[in-house]
Design a protein around this ligand. Sequence first.
Ligand SMILES: N[C@@H](CCC(=O)N[C@@H](CS)C(=O)NCC(=O)O)C(=O)O
Length: 210
Amino acid sequence: MHLYDSTIPSGNAYKVQLLLSHLRTPYTTTSLNILSTPPETRSSQFLALNPNGRIPVLVLDDGTPLAESNAILFYLAEGTAYLPDDRIARAQVLQWLFFEQYSHEPYIAVWKYRTYWHPTGFSDLTSPQITTLKERGQAALEVMERHLAGRDWFVGTAYSIADIALYAYTSAAEAVEFSVGANVAAWLRRVEGTEGWVRIKKDETGKNPN
Ligand SMILES: N[C@@H](CCC(=O)N[C@@H](CS)C(=O)NCC(=O)O)C(=O)O
């Protein structure tokens, strides 16, 4: 398998790297520069792999490309302990994958990107836009905090790709000045204690302290 990620650490790529590490699946990587103008993700070769021009893309051994981090997680987790067999539990996993993409990643990931790497930071956003990003990101963390009361994991009683998808950007939330509650903080430590857990790749630009 071959994973396209970015030269800067991407939480969306990290989800895939984390699951591949749990599964001990060997893979090779190409890291694209998404900060160049145009980004390397917009080359015709890369657009042939993902018409949406974004990493991560996983190219399977038969050459089939698969984009969208959570779709890649779902594919890789099939038949493993990271995706339950039970019908409702599988749907609940999807519930959290969609929550992550609609209510969490668009705010916390964008906030992180703007904090560390965006060429103009927050300066091209209006003050209400900045407030909305922060409030919605924080609201997503509150949803997680409430759901985790009395629970170890997002779905059922086992660590799954729902946790992996949510962990990627939640693990960076405090560093970019969101508040993380006690339940989420304890869950972050639980994820970090799982077999095969790896840290997100290092930021070679030196802007991101992790
Ligand atoms: N929904 C997508 C989001 C992917 C995404 O936003 N990727 C960013 C890096 S984290 C990217 O490739 N940006 C480069 C660009 O937009 O050209 C996923 O979950 O994979």
